[in-house]
Design a protein around this ligand. Sequence first.
Ligand SMILES: NC(=O)c1ccc[n+]([C@@H]2O[C@H](COP(=O)([O-])OP(=O)(O)OC[C@H]3O[C@@H](n4cnc5c(N)ncnc54)[C@H](O)[C@@H]3O)[C@@H](O)[C@H]2O)c1
Length: 251
Amino acid sequence: MQKRVLVIGGGGGGIGRATTDAFGNEGAAVMVADLDPHRAAEAADAVRAAGGTAYPIAGDVRSASGIEAMVAGAVEQLGGLDVLVTVVGGQVAFVPAVKLHEMTDEDWDTIYEVNLRYVVRAVQAALRVFLDQGTGGAIVSVGSVTGFMAAPEQAAYGVMKAGLLSLARTVAAEYARDGIRMNVAAAGAIATAVANANVDAEVVEEIPAGRFGRSEEVARAVVYLASDAASYVTGQQLVLDGGVSVRGPFG
Ligand SMILES: NC(=O)c1ccc[n+]([C@@H]2O[C@H](COP(=O)([O-])OP(=O)(O)OC[C@H]3O[C@@H](n4cnc5c(N)ncnc54)[C@H](O)[C@@H]3O)[C@@H](O)[C@H]2O)c1
């Protein structure tokens, strides 16, 4: 059966858009949710132009009603929901990078809102739909190596990305028998507008693969984790980092 997929942040120029395209190429029906209505519409148009099925929805993940509307909109337009993907996130795109002792409460809360708070709400809403349908479901959140490797001046981001994996473990423990899975696709340095603007080119030297990753490489992992090929995989993190997190200090 054609999977019915909601991609939150699916209009984005980086991993979001690549994820939308990848699901479209797989023949899924995609609901593209994004803060930017033009991006959402463009991404949905591109899937349709390639012969697929997609609809845009504009909304802000920072509001509970925004998340409810995205999930309800997907269920209505797609006739149900099989897959939830959460892409929205980041630190440098949202607040200034500062050391921990300088970070304001306000900035910490912003990073919480756009990386973890909304994911909890979206997961809860999707779980209710999945349980109601009785046909299982898959959830994939785009995480980061910063969730398990410290990045200076990105304390809040790391804490929130670590929280995604904790959430996935809980979903695994509580809902595996309902056929519901949740996993994290944890990205390293990916060549997107945000990463390119903020990561020094010398970083490439530290990456065993010798290059940044591509958004499509993350998107393919997201599609795999959402697919039936990953039917026994839940509560896990799949790391897409070109070897960064496994390289020791010598040599
Ligand atoms: N780029 C990297 O190197 C990198 C590395 C590791 C992890 N990640 C993660 O990948 C994900 C995507 O990052 P990206 O840089 O590819 O972004 P992206 O280009 O996919 O854009 C994300 C989209 O989120 C939307 N968005 C922002 N705020 C929103 C809000 N409040 N409500 C609804 N939509 C909103 C934006 O409009 C944008 O279209 C993030 O979770 C990020 O933490 C990125």
